[in-house]
Design a protein around this ligand. Sequence first.
Ligand code: G4P
Length: 286
Amino acid sequence: MAIQWFPGHMAKARRQVTEKIKLIDVVIELVDARVPQSSRNPIVDEITAGKPRLIVLNKADMADPAVTDAWLKAFKRDDVEVVAVDSKHSKGLKQLMTGAEKLMKDKHDRMREKGRNPGPIRALIIGIPNVGKSTLINRLAGRNIAITGDRPGVTKRQQWIKMKGGEMELLDTPGILWPKFEDQLVGYRLAATGAIKDEILNLDDIALYTARELRTRYPEQLKDRFKLEELPEDAVELLELIGKKRGLISGGYVDFEKASELLLNELRHEKIGRISLETPADHELA
Ligand code: G4P
């Protein structure tokens, strides 16, 4: 979903999410397991204050499992449960339900003591575009639901979607938040994983950032994929070498744009392996 965020849109999105949060028991905050901190939105803490939160590291199938484990621990708090999920292949959904039940346990126990039936957990999925909100809702519901964002001028009654098994109900329109572009590194991480469109940042810059990161974090996977014996220190040379290896030559020179596209495509389609582009230690959260 391509959304251009302007200050007016941000204010509106914040208002819409705040309104929905009043209706629910648990906030399900979806982040990209490959870039869990960069795919969060800075206002989430503020607008969800007081509600128990389940942080879902989605697309865990594409992320480095060891790094995902570190994030599971780093985000854990008393009122925050954290789970890793692969929505596309319906993996981790049981843990997600268990996480939501854990968050509600005390409240539900108190209700039962008073002879009241707590009923299903009411939840709202929130997250930046492309993080997998629609996919997760469909998987939890066990059927395909046409999920639309909030449209300007259209006031629509909120609908609850019953989950398979009936233990949870989700609001049918997820809360869409804007990514935080202020920090350039955050922008590169989101662009490298395909969360934001390539046109927003310069393609060469995204590819150079990616080459540098892969060289530092996953040198062996990079060597394997592109059959490189050594990895040049310089990111431009590295990208040129990758282009050369794949025969992306035009007029006697490496076609830098094609080499950039190739590297990003291979990363986004998991050809280089399971990659995470940030760790809790990068954010002093470890
Ligand atoms: P959104 O509602 O938050 O905007 O995201 P959406 O569900 O539309 O998902 C965006 C893309 O991410 C989709 O790919 C979707 O298949 C993919 N995706 C979502 N969850 C996961 C996951 O856990 N693992 C993996 N590997 N991919 C996931 P797409 O290329 O846009 O569509 P499609 O080719 O899958 O149809």
